[in-house]
Ligand binder design. Sequence first.
Ligand code: BG6
Length: 369
Amino acid sequence: EKGGWSSFMAKEISEQPAAIANTLIGRISDGAVKLPELDALGPDILTDITRVVFLGCGTAAYAAMLGQYAIEKWAHIPVTVELSHEFRYRDPVIDNRTLVVSISQSGETMDTLMAVKYAKELGARTLSICNTQGSTIPRESDAVLYTHAGPEVAVASTKAFVAQIAAIYLFGLHLASVRGELDAAAVAGLTAELAALPAQLETVIEQKDSISQLAGWMVDTRSVIFLGRHAGYPIALEGALKLKELAYIHAEGFAAGELKHGPIALIEPGQPVFVVVPSPRGENSLHPKVISNIQEIRARGARILAIAEEGDVSVLPFADTVIRIPLASTLFEPVLAVAPLQIFAMELAAAKGLDVDQPRNLAKSVTVE
Ligand code: BG6
C-alpha cells in the first residue's frame, strides 16, 4: 500500500536505496561477487562465451546500455543492446557461444519473452535479470538473477531500474573475474563503490523539494531536451522517457556529441535542457566537452538544468539550475543522476493534475506483441 505517500511512484522513488541494497545482499563477500544462481547456465559457459547480447524494452533497455559500457570495460567482451521487438525480425547473428541477457521488471513483457525464445532456438545461452519471482521470462531462461526491488506498482519504472543496474554490474564484475580480466583488488574496489550507492542515492532523493519547485515553473512547457554522454546518455534517454510517460510532454534524449549533427537546430530561447554533466575527475575527459556543449546551447538561449557532481563549479556560470549528486566514478554516476529526473517528471505530472501511477495509454506489463 501507499502508506503516507501521495503516489506509488513517490513511494517507489524513496525505496530506491533499499532496492539496490537488497539486490546486493548476500552477493558480495570479502570484496568478491558470489552469484551461485549463474551455475544453472552450465559449466564453463561464462569463460566459453564470445559475446553478450542484452534484450529489453523501455527503461530495461536503458539499464542494458549501462551494462554494455560496464561489461565491455570490465570483462573486455563484445556487448550489444537490442530492443526485444526489433531483435527477432532482423536475422541477428547468434550462436551457442552467445550469452543473451534479458532485462525485465515484470518477467512478462511479450516482446522480450518472444526474443528470448528466438535466441534459444538459435542456440544461445540465456540469462534473465528479473524482478518478479517465478514469472515467465525467468522460466524460459537457463538461469535467472533476481533483482530485489520489491513489487513495483507505478507504471513508470524507478526502483526496478536502479536494481537492474546493480544486478547487471554484479554480473559484469563476476564475468570479468571468472574470465581473469579483473583481479581481486579491482573487483573489491568496484564492489565497494556499488555498496556505497544506497547511502549516496539517499542524499540525492533528499533534494526532492527543490526539484519539485522546478516542476512548478515548467507546467506550460511543451518540449524538454535531455543531454548526456557515455554513462550519462542512457540517463538522458530515461529522463526523456519518464517525462513523456508521466507528464505527456514531448521530450527527447540525445547523446551530447550528437547535438551539432542536428538537434542543436531545435534550440530556441527558453528551451529547457537538462544536462547530465560527467565528473571533471572522470577518466574519459568528457567533462570539458559537455561544458562546451552547454555553452553552445546557452548562447542560443537554452535554459540549462545541470545535474553535476558536488564541487564542480565549472557549470555555475552557464546553468540556470544546478542539481548536485555525490562523487562517484563514471559508471556509478548514472544511478545517482537518474533520481532527480524521475522526481522532476513525477512532480511535473502531479503539478499538471495527472495520474502519476497510471498514465494514459500505458500498462505496467505489456503482454501483447
Ligand atoms: C513498458 C513500461 O511498457 O515496459 C516501462 O511502461 C518498462 O516502464 C517496459 O520499462 C519494460 O517492462 P519490463 O517489465 O519488461 O521491465
